[in-house]
Design a protein around this ligand. Structure first.
Ligand SMILES: Cc1cc2nc3c(=O)[nH]c(=O)nc-3n(C[C@H](O)[C@H](O)[C@H](O)COP(=O)(O)OP(=O)(O)OC[C@H]3O[C@@H](n4cnc5c(N)ncnc54)[C@H](O)[C@@H]3O)c2cc1C
Length: 390
C-alpha cells in the first residue's frame, strides 16, 4: 500500500497552496471587514487561475476542463479550503452536473462556464425543504409545451454573480418502495428570464462576501430545451455531483482545520503563563495532539474515499463518513484553536475568531450533520424499513 502522492499530485498541492497564499490571503481581511468582494478582484483571481491552468479543473478534458480525477481534485479542494469561500469561488469549479448538457446546452452553458465567461449557481434548498430536499415545494406544470415554475429557493450560494442557475423543481409524483414521492427535474434558468428573480439572502457570520441568495419563481416559463438531463430524472444527474460535493466539503474542512491548527500551534510556544510556555501544560499539549490526530484522520478518510471513486469502487458509505467526520472535526478543531488563544481568542484582532466562525459552516451544509448519521447508518444497515425516509 502506497500512501505517497505522485509527482503530479505534489504539484497540484504546491501550486494551489501557493496560489491561495499569494492571490487570496492578501484580500481576506478587507473582504471580511467590508462583506464585499470587489468584482475586479474576483476577475483577477479568475484570470490568474485560468493562466495557471487550474480553472474548471473538475470538468472533463473533452469539454476543455482540467479532467482531474476524484483524488486529484480532492487534493486541490483541500488546499483551496484554507481560503475564504468569497474569494475562492473565483477559482472556478463549474458544477459537474453541467456535463449532462446536450449539444446546444453545451455551447450556451458548459463551454462558457469552463472558459470563465459565465458563472453558475445550484439551487435545491427551500425554506421548508432543507436536509429533506425531496420535500421541495417549488414545482413546474406543463402548459402549452412550456414548464411553468412557481415557488422559491433560499441559501443559494453565489447566485449574486451567477449568469444562470441549475434549479431542481418538482414535476409530478410517483410511487416508490418508500411510498409516494416527488419526481424532480433539473432546469437551467438564465438570469433575466421573465418570472425569475434573484434577491439578496441572509447575512452570513463567516466567509463574509460569500453571498447567498433567495430565488423566486412567479409563473416563470421555461421551454423544454431548458431541461438538463431527462424529465423527472433530476436526481440521477445530481448523484455524481453530490458525491464530488460531499468530498469537496470534507476536503475543504481538512484544509480549513489545518490552517487553524497552524495558526494556533506557534502561539503555544510564544505564550508563557506561570513562568513557562503554555505548550508545557498537559491541558494544552494534549489538545494539540487531539487536534492534529483528528485532522490527519479526516484527511485520510477523505482521500481514501476519493481513491475508491477513482478505482470505480462503491464509495457511498466512505464519502458519507468523510463528510460527517471531517465537518465535525473542523468545528472541534476551530473551537480548540480559539481556546488556545485564551481571552484574545475571542477578539476580532486575532484570526482565531475568523476560523471559529468558519468552523461551523460545513456541519450545516448539504443536510445537517445529524442527518448524516442516518446516511452512514443506512449505507450499512439492511433494515426492513429505510432509515432515511426521503
Ligand atoms: C453557507 C451555506 C451555503 C449553502 N449553499 C447552498 C446552495 O448553494 N444551494 C442549495 O441548494 N443549498 C445551499 N445551502 C443549504 C444547505 O444545504 C441546507 O442548509 C442544509 O441542507 C440543511 O437544511 P436546513 O438548513 O433547512 O436545515 P434542516 O434540514 O431543517 O435541519 C435542522 C436540524 O434538523 C436536523 N435534521 C434534519 N434532518 C434530520 C434527520 N433525518 N435526522 C436527524 N437530524 C436531522 C439537522 O441536522 C439540523 O440540526 C447552503 C447552506 C449554507 C449554510
Amino acid at each position: 500500500m502506497d500512501f505517497g502522492l505522485s509527482f503530479e499530485q505534489e504539484m497540484i498541492v504546491d501550486t494551489v497552496r501557493e496560489f491561495v497564499e499569494k492571490e487570496i490571503y492578501p484580500h481576506e481581511a478587507e473582504v471580511e471587514r467590508t462583506g464585499e468582494v470587489p468584482i475586479e478582484i474576483g476577475h483577477e483571481i479568475r484570470d490568474k487561475c485560468i493562466e495557471a491552468g487550474y480553472f474548471a479543473a473538475n470538468i472533463a478534458e473533452e469539454f476543455g476542463g482540467g479532467g482531474l480525477g476524484a483524488l486529484d481534485f480532492t487534493l486541490l479542494e483541500r488546499e483551496l479550503g484554507r481560503a475564504s469561500n468569497a474569494l475562492a469561488v473565483f477559482f472556478g469549479r463549474p458544477s459537474g452536473i453541467l456535463m449532462a448538457c446536450n449539444a446546444a446546452q453545451r455551447e450556451k452553458y458548459l463551454l462558457p462556464a469552463v472558459k470563465g465567461e459565465k458563472f453558475d449557481a445550484l439551487a435545491m434548498t427551500e425554506p421548508e425543504a432543507g436536509s429533506d430536499v425531496r420535500g421541495m415545494k417549488c414545482s413546474a406544470k406543463l402548459d402549452g409545451g412550456d414548464w411553468v415554475v412557481n415557488g422559491s429557493k433560499h441559501f443559494i450560494s453565489h447566485a449574486n454573480i451567477a449568469h444562470f442557475v441549475i434549479v431542481f423543481v418538482a414535476t409530478g409524483e410517483e410511487q416508490s418502495t418508500r411510498g409516494t414521492r416527488k419526481k424532480i427535474t433539473c432546469f437551467l434558468v438564465d438570469r433575466g428570464t421573465p418570472g425569475f428573480e434573484i434577491r439578496p439572502g441572509y447575512n452570513s457570520v463567516s466567509h463574509r462576501g460569500y453571498k447567498n441568495c433567495i430565488l423566486n419563481f412567479d409563473n416563470c416559463r421555461l421551454p423544454e430545451s431548458q431541461i438538463l438531463g431527462e424529465l423527472h430524472r433530476g436526481f440521477d444527474i445530481a448523484n455524481d455531483w453530490l458525491y464530488s460535493t460531499r468530498l469537496t466539503v470534507a476536503a475543504t474542512s481538512v484544509g480549513r482545520a489545518r490552517r487553524a491548527f497552524e495558526y494556533a500551534l506557534p502561539y503555544t510556544t510564544e505564550r508563557k503563563q506561570f513562568g513557562q510556555q503554555i505548550c508545557k501544560f498537559q491541558g494544552v499539549s494534549f489538545k494539540l495532539a487531539d487536534m492534529i490526530t483528528e485532522i490527519d484522520a479526516a484527511d485520510w478518510l477523505t482521500l481514501a474515499a476519493a481513491w475508491r471513486l477513482d478505482e470505480g469502487l462503491d464509495a457511498n458509505r466512505e464519502i458519507a463518513s468523510a463528510k460527517l467526520y471531517a465537518t465535525e472535526m473542523l468545528a472541534r478543531v476551530t473551537d480548540e484553536a480559539i481556546q488556545i488563544f485564551g481571552g484574545m481568542g475571542y477578539m476580532e484582532e486575532v484570526d482565531s475568531t475568523l476560523y471559529l466562525r468558519r468552523g461551523k459552516q460545513y456541519e450545516l451544509m448539504l443536510g445537517g450533520t445529524d442527518y448524516w448519521y442516518d446516511i452512514v447508518a443506512e449505507e450499512m444497515i439492511d433494515a426492513d424499513e429505510p432509515v432515511v425516509l426521503t
